[in-house]
Design a protein around this ligand. Structure first.
Ligand code: ATP
Ligand code: MG
Length: 553
């Protein structure tokens, strides 16, 4: 359940108007990824928008793979995208759609355009193409092939398909307007020759339709009412409309653009994320530092948290660069009521309880969540030796220190009040151990005659389970790592984005399955790793997010 009420936006207003006027009786959206990489947080926004609108308006949302670039696409990517959509909590309407399912129809529509004198085969070289296209300030000029006869164009296009020409030897272009101020309308290429193995159609085709031509027709064939895309396609809308206006197709979806989501301290470009993977700056697409959906999942983010985030950032046409803190607080708020609270020590310092009496000093039962007793309870074993967090002790504490110091007392969470009596050091002067005593009369009650302010977490040495704990920090050291085109964004990778420590966790988590989320009291939210955690054998935790916002500092 989202804690943010649904706020209207310009897309909702348009849908409301279309339903009210009877233009549509139901809405149909689609999410159209290209299977050329793993999805990232920006795609999550688009998924939540498209599937979310369909849900809210009792409409439908298709999942369609825009598979028109065979060299870059793979089955692995297509599968990961399906996983991500489902994990986010959405289900697509009917079967998965593939633009390649429409290749035959797309070809027929191209023949229709040629027959109407609205498309022609051109064999200008790429350099000539560039030269003829003109510039932003200068009109383009017509290719000598622009006025070829329909018969000649039909013949050439048929032979292009039949494989008579080399890759790149010629293209099919829409005949629109070489002097249009919108360069997208200067006779754009709609088909190219490319001998590449396609993940779905194999070697059946050696010509492939271009994205702009494919997308609008795929939308129309599926009866999409509202085709939502990011702002960089605004200038392509006239082409989207031109294609649909000039072929025989009963449906004309409305393309509407919204701004891309950008997140500070990370990047949202599949190409650049691929570079991080290929250059092994991360361990893979699902490295928990990656802004990919699979990376965020592995880190411990929840689908509810991501959906809530996308609700909070909203949809508009203006710049949508968001602080990581907004994402993290949505995740944190979701985990707050759900994650069991347990104790773990990640920078351990040993404490020996000198007045521990076996049989008299006892363990206590504690709820997994202070506000949700229904989540159950476990025994928190106490022992003669305990681990505490090294930085919860200070020999020379600053003013206002509430944690442990020599001669001072703290409450051990869910247990006794403890006083530190002695510090044990090695020859080099490092603290290796503390000697302490408990007040046996403080289990479940306050000490008499004095106030103990600090509470620290701990685990019993004899009962604790060893765990690998992975602490993540921002992936880049600057808010906009790819802002400067002259500088490789990898220059700004944070060398300290991952710190691995060996810590101790209380025994109740021993049998946690992979992908179980916990709050380690006072430390943050952690999630057992999907890949490396082995239940009961090798415990591996990823820090999902700290308890407080560490970004605004
Ligand atoms: P490419 O550069 O490979 O085209 P892309 O990020 O545009 O990458 P697509 O697979 O084409 O990837 O995107 C699928 C859908 O997700 C598109 O509708 C696109 O507009 C949307 N989308 C992609 N990036 C963002 C983003 N940062 N914010 C919001 N929506 C996005
Ligand atoms: Mg794209």
């Amino acid at each position: 359940m989202s804690s943010t009420p649904i706020v209207s936006n310009f897309i909702r207003s348009m849908i409301d108007a279309d339903l009210a006027s009877g233009k549509h009786s139901a809405i149909q959206t689609r999410f159209p990824p290209e299977p050329n990489g793993y999805l990232h947080i920006g795609h999550a926004k688009s998924i939540c928008l498209n599937f979310g609108l369909a849900q809210d308006y009792q409409g439908k949302c298709n999942l369609r793979f825009d598979d028109t670039n065979p060299e870059k696409e793979s089955e692995e990517y297509a599968l990961s995208i399906q996983d991500d959509v489902r994990w986010l909590g959405f289900e697509w309407n009917g079967e998965i759609r593939w633009a390649s399912d429409y290749f035959e129809q797309l070809y027929d529509f191209a023949v229709e355009l040629i027959s109407k004198g609205l498309a022609y085969v051109d064999d200008l070289t790429p350099e000539q193409m560039r030269e003829y296209r003109g510039t932003l300030t200068q009109a383009g000029k017509n290719s000598p092939n622009r006025d070829s006869t329909v018969a000649k164009n039909l013949d050439l296009f048929t032979r292009m398909r039949a494989g008579e020409f080399a890759d790149g030897a010629m293209v099919l272009r829409a005949k629109i307007d070489m002097s249009s101020p919108n360069i997208n309308l200067r006779d754009p290429v709609i088909y190219r020759i490319r001998r590449a193995h396609h993940i779905r159609t194999g070697d059946k085709w050696c010509i492939y339709p271009m994205y702009d031509y494919t997308h609008c027709i795929s939308d129309a064939l599926e009866g999409i009412t509202h085709s939502l895309c990011t702002l960089e396609f605004e200038d392509h809308r006239p082409l989207y409309d031109w294609v649909l206006d000039n072929i025989t197709i009963p449906c004309h979806p409305q393309q509407t653009e919204f701004s891309r989501l950008e997140l500070h301290y990370t990047i949202t470009s599949k190409r650049k994320l691929l570079q991080l993977v290929n250059e092994m700056h991360v361990t893979g697409w699902d490295d928990p530092r990656m802004p990919t959906i699979s990376g965020m999942r592995r880190r411990g983010y929840t689908p509810e948290g991501l959906r809530e985030f996308s609700q909070r950032i909203g949809v508009s046409k203006s710049n949508n660069t968001v602080d990581m803190g907004v994402l993290e607080s949505a995740v944190r708020e979701d985990l707050e009521g759900k994650a069991h609270r347990v104790m773990a020590v990640i920078h351990p310092l040993k404490v020996v309880i000198t007045n521990f009496v076996d049989g008299e000093t006892t363990s206590r039962e504690a709820d997994f969540h202070p506000n949700h007793p229904e989540q159950g309870a476990r025994l928190v074993p106490f022992g003669r030796e305990i681990w505490i967090e090294a930085d919860d002790f200070s020999e020379a504490p600053p003013a206002g220190w509430k944690r442990l110091t020599v001669g001072g007392e703290v409450r051990l969470r869910h247990s006794y009040v403890m006083r530190c009596d002695e510090v044990v050091k090695d020859a080099a002067g490092n603290i290796v151990e503390l000697r302490a005593s408990i007040d046996p009369d403080t289990l479940g009650k306050n000490p008499v005659g004095r106030k103990v302010k600090g509470v620290i977490h701990w685990v019993s040495v004899a009962d604790a389970v060893s765990a690998e704990v992975r602490l993540y920090d921002r992936l880049f050291t600057v808010p906009e790592p790819d802002a400067d085109r002259e500088v490789d964004f990898c220059t700004y990778l944070n060398p300290e984005s991952l710190t691995v420590v060996q810590g101790w966790v209380e025994p109740s988590v021993q049998n946690a399955e992979p992908e179980t989320r916990f709050q380690f009291e006072r430390l943050g939210y952690f999630c057992t790793d999907r890949r490396d955690h082995q239940t009961g054998e090798k415990l591996v935790f990823n820090r999902t997010v700290t308890l407080k916002d560490a970004w605004t500092k």
